[in-house]
Design a protein. Structure first.
Length: 217
């Protein structure tokens, strides 16, 4: 039986954690794909094969609150999960999330979201995952790391790189870079930034799942 299910949208988010934690029979990592539709499909399939006791929805988030620097690990947890003390102890900050069906690619877009929602961070998958968990009475938390701060512009509009199924199209990425080769440097810097953010998230998650019960059920 899997006691703890951790979901990530893409392998780039989950890989540092998987490398850090190694094999664990009571833990499952699920890569859902990008966006709410892929997340819903993946989590329903996961629940059909076995009911976890706790679900953590993890990965990257864009900063909306200017006080949140890149690399800050942030969370929102159900009270009954017992996760908040361990998350706070591990250095994560409690925040309000906004779940979107598109990537917030510009500083101006993030500013508008901050003003309209009052949220501190934006991501795409946790809303539907947490809703389905509550329907099943499975406690959980959203645990994310800020991949790009509120005042940062993404190097590319990643919405234009997603196909109809919200999968990243490497063909579209190549065409975009061929059309704007000057963006390659910014994209490489962003890759290094997100890699460091994912490494930091992995460290926090390891501390949380290693904490005493009731965190690890």
């Amino acid at each position: 039986m899997v006691s703890l299910l951790l979901t990530f949208a893409v392998k780039e988010e989950s890989r540092p954690f998987e490398n850090l934690i190694g094999a664990d029979s009571g833990l499952r990592v699920l890569v859902t794909g990008i966006g709410p539709r892929n997340a819903e499909k993946a989590i329903r399939s996961a629940f059909a094969t076995g009911r976890p006791e706790v679900v953590l929805t993890c990965g990257f988030a864009g900063g909306l609150n200017p006080e949140l620097a890149t690399g800050t690990v942030v969370f929102s947890a159900d009270g009954e999960s017992g996760l908040s003390p361990a998350l706070l102890s591990a250095g994560a900050r409690p925040v309000k999330f906004h779940c979107s069906d598109r990537v917030a690619a510009t500083a101006e877009e993030k500013k508008v979201l901050r003003q309209s929602t009052g949220a501190d961070a934006v991501e795409m998958e946790s809303g539907i995952i947490r809703t389905l968990c509550r329907e099943q009475k499975i406690p959980g938390a959203t645990v994310r790391v800020i991949s790009d701060a509120a005042n940062e512009e993404l190097p590319l509009d990643f919405n234009r790189l997603l196909d109809a199924e919200q999968n990243l199209s490497y063909g579209r990425l190549l065409l975009m870079l061929l059309a704007s080769p000057g963006k390659m440097g910014a994209l490489l810097r962003f890759h290094r930034q997100t890699k460091a953010a994912a490494d930091g998230l992995a460290e926090v998650l390891k501390k949380v799942i290693s904490a005493p019960a009731p965190v690890r059920l």
